[in-house]
Design a protein around this ligand. Structure first.
Ligand code: VGL
Ligand code: ZN
Length: 185
């Protein structure tokens, strides 16, 4: 089995203290992400970035639900500085056009290509946020026929509605993903 680690959107704008769309506790997963990225069980480690144009359709100013976040080439769109870049084999961007949502990293065909090239059959999805990009990326990974694990020790939810994160995890379980805290036996 060839396994990939997918670190979803661990970017400044999604993390406290000053991210534009900070996910509660999002910064706290950094050490665990680095531990996973260094784990020899992963043959390839891919980080994704939300990478929007300044007029992205998901921004409130353009009729969307979110504050402006992860505008391409800005500080806020950079990978979080605590992430060990030396462990990242590839960075894949998504949501680059104003009309593409970018919740799933599979919207960028480079991700599927990269996984196929490497013969990946299983992915562990971690990062931010459980109820948006982690959910949509993991769902598409299942659709691609990959075995999917979500390590809950390394993901956090926006929880705009109470329980959104838990609902996302239940949905993924129902679709066949393994959802577990891998730090516990
Ligand atoms: C995300 C909201 C808007 C995410 C991206 O990475 O989960 N959430 N854009
Ligand atoms: Zn976004």
């Amino acid at each position: 089995m060839t396994q990939a680690l997918l670190i979803v959107d661990f970017q400044r704008d999604f993390t406290p203290p000053d991210g534009a769309l900070a996910v509660p506790g999002g910064d706290a997963i950094a050490p665990r992400l680095n531990e996973l990225a260094a784990d020899a069980r992963y043959d390839i480690v891919i980080a994704t970035r939300d990478w929007h144009p300044p007029d992205h359709g998901s921004f409130r100013a353009h009729g969307g639900p979110w504050p402006e976040h992860c505008v391409r080439d800005t500080e806020g769109a950079q990978l979080h500085p605590a992430l060990d870049r030396a462990r990242i084999d590839a960075v894949i961007d998504k949501g680059q056009r104003r009309d593409t949502e970018g919740y799933s990293a599979f919207e960028n065909p480079e991700l599927g290509q990269r996984l196929r090239e490497n013969g990946v059959t299983a992915v562990t999805v971690v990062g931010l946020a459980t109820d948006y990009c982690v959910l949509n990326t993991a769902r598409d990974a299942l659709r691609e026929g990959l075995a999917v694990t979500v390590d809950t020790s390394a993901t956090r939810a926006v929880d705009a509605g109470p329980g959104d994160g838990e609902r996302a995890l239940s949905e993924l379980r129902g679709l066949g993903a393994i959802v577990a805290d891998l730090t516990r036996g």
